[in-house]
Design a protein. Structure first.
Length: 191
């Protein structure tokens, strides 16, 4: 019987570019104010990126819900650079890939969120053996984890922790090149 090592891979900001997709959604709806998509991406520095974009939390939440309903958020949107190759390399090296996300946090939208998520993963050809919608990754045993939020990780539960770089967890703008390199470094460490 195979006893593959288990790796938890977060979706948002690690495989799926949530902020870029949100910026594109707002831009299409002329809701980004004076910003365009590239300037919005450079301006975002915190988890509450609506503040960076001069948008109230309520207004942001309204656009979030509308984007999910319109089959845009979680259904459309870009991969994080390097993510697909990285997940395939881990999968091919016999890592048991567990995609884990806390996306079921918009009331009344759970069916849409699940449908859009699995359809997007299929479109983007991301391999996985488990897909978890969970509010607490610290209750899921693994040998490694990749996440953009340090609070989601615990080395006693997850073995090796890899904090994936994003504007909101570093002191500078994290561009495509740096993200691609980050994924490459993680895989080179594990394969
Ligand atoms: Mg995340």
């Amino acid at each position: 019987m195979l006893n593959r090592p288990r790796i938890i891979i977060d979706l948002d900001h690690v495989v799926y570019d949530f902020v870029l997709t949100f910026a594109e959604w707002l831009s299409q709806n002329r809701a980004l104010g004076s910003l365009n998509v590239p300037s919005a991406m450079r301006k975002y520095t915190s988890w509450g990126f609506h503040d960076n974009w001069g948008m109230s939390k309520g207004e942001w939440m309204r656009w979030w819900r509308l984007g999910i309903e319109a089959d845009y958020i979680y259904r459309q949107g870009e991969l994080i650079p390097g993510a697909r190759d990285a997940v395939w390399r881990l999968n091919d090296a016999e890592w048991h890939v567990i995609l884990a996300t806390n996306r079921l946090n918009v009331f009344g939208m759970h069916d849409k969120i699940v449908e859009s998520s699995v359809a997007w993963l299929r479109d983007k050809n991301i391999p996985y053996r488990e897909l978890l919608f969970t509010t607490d990754k610290k209750k899921v045993l693994a040998d490694a984890i990749v996440d953009d939020v340090h609070a989601n990780m615990d080395e006693l539960v997850h073995g090796r922790e890899f904090l994936f770089p994003s504007n909101h967890n570093s002191d500078h703008y994290v561009g495509s090149f740096e993200k691609r390199e980050a994924w490459e470094g993680i895989v080179n460490d594990l394969v």
